[in-house]
Write a protein that binds this ligand. Structure first.
Ligand SMILES: [Zn+2]
Length: 54
């Protein structure tokens, strides 16, 4: 049911720092670094594994 394993990444539009939900301790959505409210939600990192084996 739950997607607890999926990690959601957020990025601040002001300072451009990337952080996760765990970094946001205060209620609401704020940048833990500069306190900016406008942040964008980024999908969890997906490492591109390009196996180039012939
Ligand atoms: Zn910020």
């Amino acid at each position: 049911m739950g997607e607890a394993a999926s990690r959601k990444i957020y990025m601040c539009l002001r300072c451009g720092r990337v952080f996760s939900l765990e970094d946001m301790i205060t209620p609401g959505v704020h940048c833990p670094y500069c306190g900016y409210r406008i942040i964008v939600k980024i999908r969890s990192f997906q490492t591109k594994r390009i196996s180039h084996i012939e």
